[in-house]
Design a protein around this ligand. Sequence first.
Ligand SMILES: Nc1ncnc2c1ncn2[C@@H]1O[C@H](COP(=O)(O)OP(=O)(O)OP(=O)(O)O)[C@@H](O)[C@H]1O
Ligand SMILES: [Mg+2]
Length: 634
Amino acid sequence: MIRRHATMALHLVGLNIAGPSAKYRAAHGRLVQLMRGVYIDSDDNADALVLRNAVRIAHYLYPKAYLSAASAILLTPTPEGKLFLSSRRNQRTRLRALEIVQNTAPDNPAVASATIVDDFGDLTIDVSSLRQRFLESFRVRSEHATAVTDPMKQDLVTRLIAEYGSPKGAADAVWALARENSWYKEAEVAERWLLRQQPISVAHTEQNVDLHVAWHGVPIGKLRHDGFEWRWTAAKVNMPMIVRDTTPGKLPPFIAGLLPEGWLDRVLPGRDERDILLSGRRYMSNVAIVNDLANLAVIHADFLTSPLRKWTKRGLFTGQYLGPGRNQITDSFETQVAKLYQDADTPRLSGVQIKAPMHLSSKGELVEATGRSFTHILKPGGTGGFETLPVVEWFCLDLARRVGFNVPSFALVTMPEGLPPALLVERFDIRTKPQSGTLYCLEDFCSLLDVGSEAKYEATIERVARALRPISTDPEQDLLALFRRALFAWLVADGDMHLKNMALLKTAEAGDTAFRVIAMAPIYDVVTTRVFPTLKHDRMALKLNGKDDRLRRTDFTTLGRTIGLSAERANQAIDMLAASALLRVGRVKIPAIGGLSDTNHRQLEAIQNFVRERATAFQPFSTLAKTDSRVDSN
Ligand SMILES: Nc1ncnc2c1ncn2[C@@H]1O[C@H](COP(=O)(O)OP(=O)(O)OP(=O)(O)O)[C@@H](O)[C@H]1O
Ligand SMILES: [Mg+2]
């Protein structure tokens, strides 16, 4: 018995034992094989062991299945040793005392997650949601249903009513799911069970939302909210697929990634995803989301009207700024920009800082993009110490361009009413000619990794690389681009290179059904965060080689190895980027624009110091050795 705690008695190949080792030990009588990949110690009580770790074994054997019916409630096998799963097909598997019974999952499941603890530690797995469990318990001629006892059903009734506020609310929620799967009979019985209960009065706002998602004017799918959950249905179109449905019930990650994060919430308070989606209709990459298809006709296609480089001289915008200003007496600039968003036609974009979507006309006039093609992003100065943010970003972009990054056109804009200069950036996810048939889609790494914006700091460069490799059309090139991006972030002390500040730009041509090119997008939102008073000790947003500070050359060479770059390429990239940053950082100059303060000068100096110090530390040994020997011989 003591031995059980000291060593693991259950062995799953690839999880806690290697295949050859398991085979060898089985051949020598030390292990017993229960089925492919599943072994136990030969002297162990197999029945107790498999029952205790039943969920782990089921998840190991059928990773795509989820626990359903009685098993979603109990999270253990029934007293008869049955564990119920739903998956793609009916199937039955016996392992000693354990029987895993699988039935075909409904087309539109509603799943939740649950965490169990067993001999291996904890495990988070998918389980049928409360509503689905309840419906499953009324399925006819179903072994899954039979195992749900009346007390279990009664318990589900109580929990559903608590969750949806009233018996009626719960019945509606159950019906909504039932309709999706044509489980009408089940819903009728379920409703009777629910309505037998006395109502408790908790108001629940239900709002059915039906939306159409279009890309370049073509409807590509429907987004429905039944008052409880989201449901995405793709349309059949001759276009590459841009929306993937991952967790049933959740907004698809790509759509969630289009929504504004912090600041719009502040100016349009108390809103959930439904309200945000209903309040606007235009998004990045020429995506439109409307509740009435007729509205598609009034939406402007976004394409470049006039390139910013035509209106830029020595880094400054030379056209005419006609966008929002501030009304000294009543409104702050932020309020003025916020007002733009009361118009549903104002394009929405993600990000935490306040930004204004702009249109640069062929005459060089810079105006709000509301009712016009959205061609450029205006990033104004912030408040509370962040007034100089646009100029700091300008410095970083200028250096990025000098050291060879793909950087969209950008310029500093003199703002009215004594506002600090703002940064204008050209969009790279739009057509440069209206008649071109090119289709662009920008997808950030939150969406690619299927995590919400709130988790944008919870990853590593290695994880980004793992997501990038299988999807990029030129993995070698893109892994190198990611590597250089991470190194640049370190050199300029940019602590904000998170999952939404890196993205893939996907490109297709008219008539394509798949993307031709999927590549790292040009660099954007690169800022030396350490120059801001509150961010003096800012570390890297994403760890690499397990570290987010005090990075050394070896951290990057290890990163290179982990993500599959050859040592030669990684070393060469480091040498070149460090040398070129060292050489060129001095050429970044304070732009000749009014409204700059001493702070801007100090911040540029600080950036240059970071780059010099960090790039010098990354110089190859050979260079240092040469310098040293020269010093010695003198
Ligand atoms: N040049 C560009 N072309 C197309 N899309 C862009 C461009 N620059 C930024 N974006 C998109 O707009 C979003 C917001 O821009 P950006 O990251 O510069 O703003 P931010 O508010 O400073 O972000 P953060 O939340 O990181 O502070 C980006 O996440 C990206 O999706
Ligand atoms: Mg950003």
